[in-house]
Design a protein around this ligand. Sequence first.
Ligand SMILES: Cc1cc2nc3c(=O)[nH]c(=O)nc-3n(C[C@H](O)[C@H](O)[C@H](O)COP(=O)(O)OP(=O)(O)OC[C@H]3O[C@@H](n4cnc5c(N)ncnc54)[C@H](O)[C@@H]3O)c2cc1C
Length: 393
Amino acid sequence: MDYVIIGGGVGGLYTAYYLLKEGVPGERLHIVTQEWPPYTRHRLGEILESGSPIDNAYLGIVPHLKRAGVEFIISRATGLDPSEKKVIIDNGKGISYDELIISTGASPFIPPIKGVHLSNVSTFYDIKALEELIKVKKSLRITIIGGGLVGLAAASALRRRGHRVIILERLPYLLPTVLDEFPARILSDYLRGEGVHITCGEEVKELVGGKRAQYVRTNSGIRGTDLVILATGVRPETKWLEDSGIELGRGAIKIDRRARTSLSNVHALGDAALSHDYITGREVYRPLGFIAAHYAKVVAKDLTGDSRASKGIIPTLYERVLDVHIIRVGLSMAEASSLGLSSEVFCDKTADRVECWVKEAGGAKLGYELITKDFVRRNKAWDVYTDIRDTFA
Ligand SMILES: Cc1cc2nc3c(=O)[nH]c(=O)nc-3n(C[C@H](O)[C@H](O)[C@H](O)COP(=O)(O)OP(=O)(O)OC[C@H]3O[C@@H](n4cnc5c(N)ncnc54)[C@H](O)[C@@H]3O)c2cc1C
């Protein structure tokens, strides 16, 4: 039985790791990946910030997989023929599979505005972008378009490196898919206190310049800039599956509770796929590494005969932006409402922290948001996770 995994990121490599653990021989595992060596994106920010070697981003399980005999094929998958059970790669060859696992992640969304292709405009999504930013030695005016997780990771690192950073967020507050408005506004206040300029509710219309962007024009004015980073969200990397007949929802691969897709012998996971929310059971698109890691185990178990269904995901985040710590577990009020739940947010604020619980009308805890300038243990997030999980078990 040959297992072919497409994508050598968190989802793909951890699936291989768990399949080995379940007793699948390494020689039967083949990973097709277009990036080499494989790395984890969530370390890009800390490497840029600390100046530590780029090698720190590389995934440490690769030598283990190689020793076990896993084959790495450095190539791009361009098509899937499920009737022949073949993946087509960029040299036109077909790779046959008995079981296929798709974990091709996502790619940054490039907004359709004039000037996004100018030479000093980039994303903050891969090693190449990290290398370019490390090369910048003198202090620049850097505009980050988008105040989500990736935008904040870039802002934190670049501010620490001495740049003048401005974040432009189109929506009324930072981290709009993570936090509710009150904690997000406190987060903005804290980050302004650390020298980050933040403007919310302002939409970028154009990047103006010759070869390089010199100005950013928004709906309310024009600002000078030396460098622009686009952090405007991601889209699932599924275009290559267009003719395969696989079922998609919002561009991502639909999966069931065992990460099986609509095609026989094909599983999918990670940023390329939808997942299920633990509390509501509804399908959601959440491009987060720990979700990819969760489903890697689900896929490996399902393929090796333990078909226990995943109960779904309680999103859990622990982030540090400059000296501000952010924990978010479960649902924000905004997300609860989009999933059909009516809720309220209860916040407790002191000078250095705001702590909020999102509660359903009956009082059940749906979510938790903490913004603090004090150190907070990562385990705090997992304590809250257990609390919410047990409520809805
Ligand atoms: C700056 C940054 C910070 C982040 N911080 C966090 C965080 O703190 N917490 C968190 O939970 N998540 C975080 N994330 C998100 C996290 O990195 C992703 O959710 C995670 O990497 C998803 O894993 P994946 O395997 O689905 O995709 P990826 O890790 O992106 O791996 C997909 C791989 O497939 C390859 N590929 C794509 N298409 C093809 C193809 N056609 N053929 C062959 N190979 C292909 C890609 O090149 C890539 O190597 C962050 C992301 C970024 C960019």
